[in-house]
Ligand binder design. Structure first.
Ligand SMILES: [Zn+2]
Length: 164
């Protein structure tokens, strides 16, 4: 039996650089974001609009070709109040992450909800995007800092169908 100490772990810095090449639907989606537009794709089979845009419909399995601009306003379909700190997120607790169904889209997206108290968030709350200044826009969804309440009347939960 050796008296030498055993190594149980090591800490070592790592770095990984990679380049992501987007396909046609995503390239159009990202280029439109740089212009302040939110472009989704409509399925020719089920006619659902997916935002962010996808190359093919996950339900029908067919290519999507029609581009559709969706609104930067939408409705909260579900939400999560975060009360646990994370070393990677510098937000005042509690904060809210919400699934938001943008007007003109058939698929909610997850986004940060700010400028309201977490306890005031509700299903059906109308929200709008808060964009960075135009001079900071690029081909990224980070052009939108977060969503905030729009002040419009709440949408009745029954109107949100399968999303709640
Ligand atoms: Zn479809």
């Amino acid at each position: 039996m050796s008296d030498a100490p055993s190594v149980k772990s090591i800490i070592t810095p790592t770095r990984l650089e990679y380049e992501f090449r987007v396909g046609g639907a995503h390239a159009e989606f990202l280029a439109s974001l740089a212009e302040g537009k939110l472009i989704g794709k409509r399925c020719p089979g089920c006619e659902k609009v997916y935002f962010p845009a996808r190359a093919s419909c996950p339900r029908c399995g067919i290519a999507m070709s029609e581009s559709v601009e969706v609104s930067d306003r939408g409705t909260v379909t579900t939400f999560c109040i975060v009360r646990v700190p994370s070393e990677n997120i510098d937000l005042k607790l509690p904060y809210c992450a919400a699934n938001i169904l943008l007007d003109g889209s058939d698929l909610p997206l997850i986004a940060l909800l700010q400028e309201c108290e977490a306890q005031d968030v509700c299903i059906g709350m109308r929200v709008q995007a808060v964009w960075k200044p135009k001079s900071e826009w690029g081909p990224t969804f980070e052009n939108i800092r977060y969503f905030r309440p729009s002040g419009e009347p709440d949408v009745a939960a029954e109107m949100l169908g399968a999303w709640i």
